[in-house]
Design a protein around this ligand. Structure first.
Ligand SMILES: O=C(CO)[C@H](O)[C@H](O)COP(=O)(O)O
Length: 271
């Protein structure tokens, strides 16, 4: 465990050193345990942060920002048209093309909003998260769902090939479904490992026999009525989205993994 924490810290330090702009104005801060080291690394830079505004992806993230003595501005208070300089976040799994699964820590919708508002979305994780295909080691896709539609969504997910999807429950003394920062439920939907775009280009068949290409499955799940968002971050990166006339993408431009030997492996999105 100590090694895993050291790996997360090393990845965060390198990611911040490479991507935190000297004159940062707007910075997205994600959720989870790894992001704690990103904030630690930002503080350790010793730069003047008085004019920098940090945009959280949920309650935990906001507390982290404030406790570090940084200024938090909620996503809906960011002035219209503002593009964040950079957004850092963790992931539950990252594939060869830098598609990610997120939401294991019960945040995903706000994480996606923040990532998609950033010029650069940077993922920080430890080596356990690095797999050639999504759903290799991590077994389910978190999906944020309107409570009233939960049973319908479960049924539709089974039709798509999900194996025993469930509504995530509170782990503390308060029994019942866990609620997200939006007051929604989370459905955890196990699927077999997904295909990447290059798998499909190489002739592997997608969408049949419950084996899905990442983007295709993401779209299918998002189109189910009652789904707020899906914990698959795929498609365009920020610069690609900007070039296409949009703001930012949901796929990171780079992912940093702390390795067991103390090194940091960097993966960059190619296409
Ligand atoms: O998506 C997330 C929260 O829902 C987290 O980024 C993801 O679960 C990774 O967390 P950790 O850094 O603790 O491994």
């Amino acid at each position: 465990m100590a090694d895993v924490e050291a790996a997360k810290r090393a990845a965060a330090k390198t990611a911040v050193a490479n991507h935190y702009p000297k004159d940062a104005r707007w910075v997205g801060i994600g959720s989870g345990t790894t992001i704690v080291y990103v904030v630690e690394a930002i503080k350790a830079l010793g730069v003047d942060t008085s004019a920098t505004r940090y945009v959280p992806t949920g309650y935990q993230s906001r507390q982290l920002i404030v406790t570090a003595g940084l200024t938090a501005v909620e996503f809906d208070a960011v002035p219209a048209g503002t593009v964040l300089d950079v957004a850092f976040d963790g992931a539950d799994e990252v594939d060869d093309e830098l598609n990610c699964i997120k939401g294991g820590g019960a945040c995903l919708f706000q994480e996606k909003l923040v990532a998609m508002q950033a010029k650069e979305f940077i993922c920080v994780a430890d080596s356990r998260k690095l797999q050639s295909r999504l759903l290799s080691s991590w077994k389910y896709i978190p999906i944020e769902v309107a409570p009233i539609a939960a049973f319908r969504v479960l049924r539709k997910l089974k039709e798509l090939g999900a194996i025993d999807p469930v509504v995530r429950q509170n782990m503390d003394a308060k029994e019942g479904p866990l609620k997200t920062d939006q007051g929604f439920f989370l459905v955890d939907a196990p699927f077999p490992p997904m295909l990447t775009k290059s798998d499909v280009q190489a002739g592997k068949v997608s969408g049949k026999d419950s084996v899905w290409e990442v983007n295709e499955l993401s779209e299918k799940i998002k189109s189910i009525a009652g789904v707020l968002d899906v914990g698959i971050f795929s498609g365009l990166t920020g610069p690609q989205a900007t070039a296409a006339g949009g703001v930012g993408g949901q796929r990171p431009v780079a992912a940093y993994f702390g390795m067991p030997d103390g090194s940091v492996s960097v993966r960059k999105a190619s296409s």
